[in-house]
Each structure stands twice: as structure tokens, then as C-alpha cells.
Design a protein around this ligand. Sequence first.
Ligand SMILES: CC(C)(COP(=O)(O)OP(=O)(O)OC[C@H]1O[C@@H](n2cnc3c(N)ncnc32)[C@H](O)[C@@H]1OP(=O)(O)O)[C@@H](O)C(=O)NCCC(=O)NCCS
Length: 331
Amino acid sequence: MNIFDSMKKLVSAKNPVIVFPEGMSDRILKATSRLKKEGIMQPILLGNEKEMKAFAAERGVDISDLTLIDPQTYPELDFLVEKFVERRKGKITAEEAREKLLSDVNYFGTMLVYTEKAAGMVSGAVHTTADTVRPALQIIKVKPCYTRISGVFILIKGDQIYVVADCAINIAPTAEELAEIAITTVNTAKAIELEPRVAMLSFSTKGSAHSEETEKMAKATELVRQQMPDLLIDGEIQFDAAFVPEIAARKAPNSPIAGNANVFIFPSLEAGNIGYKLIQRFGGYDAVGPILQGLNKPVCDLSRGCNEEEVYKLALFTAASGILGDGCIQE
Ligand SMILES: CC(C)(COP(=O)(O)OP(=O)(O)OC[C@H]1O[C@@H](n2cnc3c(N)ncnc32)[C@H](O)[C@@H]1OP(=O)(O)O)[C@@H](O)C(=O)NCCC(=O)NCCS
């Protein structure tokens, strides 16, 4: 059974409610209609009911069995406002909270997740990452065992599976932050039953070059080792030495990952975001993500370049990550 089939089985058994704030995107409509028809999950679409129905009809998508919620007429809006204000602890007034919930579907969707009316949220087909993610950072917040969230991609081709991070959130992480990103990613890899072998990527292998950047990756590797002494990890290391056993034998002969890494941690968001897209487009891998790891509840951010199939798969992983957890207790 491939990873998608196992996820489908896992998620269908729970049939969770997942909110998709972008009810006026044809990719979202098509993917959610399939997810509902296949009995995998119960999608909620946000938007004006009449407009969504007309939009779907024009595109020949049947959304008659999906739940549609219009924030403007939502009967429990007062409850969401109250919970939003309470959660932000003095950072927002009731008036501002109401305004945000009525004007920004990502805030509304995030509050449905926070108040447990939905088990997770998938957005970002038409919104930027910052707009999709900020409500989750402010309201859902990071799990007590972490200090920050990060964005992981799962790259899949046949039975080859790789996990790469951070490709979505932290622009210029410090060594300490990179160590935490690596540990969170290891937990994500374990949740999908991958035995992690981690490469802390750089343009240098074991001191072949020296700069602030290479030393940062070497330090991050040490910090992870201190916290997870049994983990197979190496760094700083170049991608070829992490991925090709013959090159590892030459460049890093005693490497614990021996050119067989399956978890790759990038030194910056620039490297991570460019890197995953290269693997996806040049390598012909399915790229599922970014899955936001470290949040109390699952919220995932689509790439605006996504297609219907990518929405379908990310929704599956979002729901599955809520069921599987990552070994960390949520708030
Ligand atoms: C994610 C991002 C939007 C956060 O933006 P930000 O300006 O730091 O957000 P804010 O300052 O408004 O912070 C909002 C809250 O999130 C928290 N936060 C910010 N980054 C966080 C992180 N990585 N992990 C956990 N919490 C975080 C802040 O502490 C703050 O909490 P508070 O309001 O309760 O005090 C920003 O880091 C970003 O734009 N990253 C790049 C995204 C991107 O373009 N990716 C490429 C495409 S995939």
C-alpha cells in the first residue's frame, strides 16, 4: 500500500471535518467535492453560498453535499468573537475581532479549528503564505514542546519518500532555530513511519569551506545530537555527500548517514523554498506541503501554484497529521 492509500484509510476511518476558506477557487471546489464523494472527510467551504453555488455550477462541479458557511450570516459569530478576544489576551478588541472574522476567511477558518468545529484547515490556493499562516500563529499557536513552527514538504515518487524543511516559514533561522526545525522534522518523519537519516545541508562538507553559514549548520547539527543522541544525522554537509553513497565515501567517509539521507534540513528559507521546487520540477516528485509542523492543530498552506491533485493530497496529509500527531502533547 503506498503512502497515499494508507493516509486515505486512516483519514476515512475518522471522516474528520476540514475547513477550506477559499470557496471561490475551482481547484478547492474540485478537490473537496472528490474528498467528500470518496467518504474521506467532511469539507466545509467558506464564502457566500449563492456565489459559491453559481461558481461551482459554471465549472460543472457538484458541491451539493458539501457544507457551506457564510461568515456574514454565521449564527455563532458572537461565540467566535468572544473566543478570539480571550485567546489574544488584550491584543485585539471585540470590534477588531469581529471585523477580522467578517473580512478575512483565514481568520474565520482558523477560529473554526481553534473552537474545534473543524479538525484542521487547508488554505493558500489564492492567499499568500503570510496571510494564510499568520492567523494560525496568533490563534492556534505553537505546541508547548516547541518554540516555533516550520514548513515541511514530503516529496514522493513511487516508493521513494523524502522529508525536507524549512521551505515555508523561517526566513533566516539561527543555529538554535535550525536545530529545533530539524527535531520537529524528525518527529514528522517518524509520524509517517520513516526511519529518519538527517542531512543538515550546506555548501560545505565537514569543514571543506569556512564561513558563518557553514559554522551555523555545524553548530545546529551538534545541538540536535545533544538532544537526540541516537539519531542518524550529519552536518554541515553538501547535498551530493548526503544523497550519493559513493560521494559520501569520498567527502564524508565516516558519515553516520553514509549518503543515504531521507530528511534534509536547509540552512535558510531561500535555499529550502528553491530547493524543494527544484526537486519537484526537475526530479518529477509529488510535493505535498507545506505542512506546518509544530502547531497545536493542523493548518496547512497550499502553494498558489497548486493544482487540484495537490489540494487533494495536502488535505489528506493535513487530516492525517491531526490524527497521527508527532509525539508532542498539544496545548
Ligand atoms: C510566517 C510569517 C508570516 C510570520 O510573520 P510575522 O510578521 O513574524 O508575524 P507577526 O509578527 O505578526 O507574528 C504573529 C505571531 O506569530 C508568532 N510567530 C511568528 N513566527 C513564528 C514562528 N515561526 N513560529 C511560531 N510563532 C511565530 C509571533 O510570535 C506572533 O505571536 P503573538 O502575536 O501571539 O505575539 C513570516 O515569518 C513570513 O512571512 N515568513 C515567510 C513566508 C513566505 O513568504 N514563505 C514563502 C512561500 S511558501
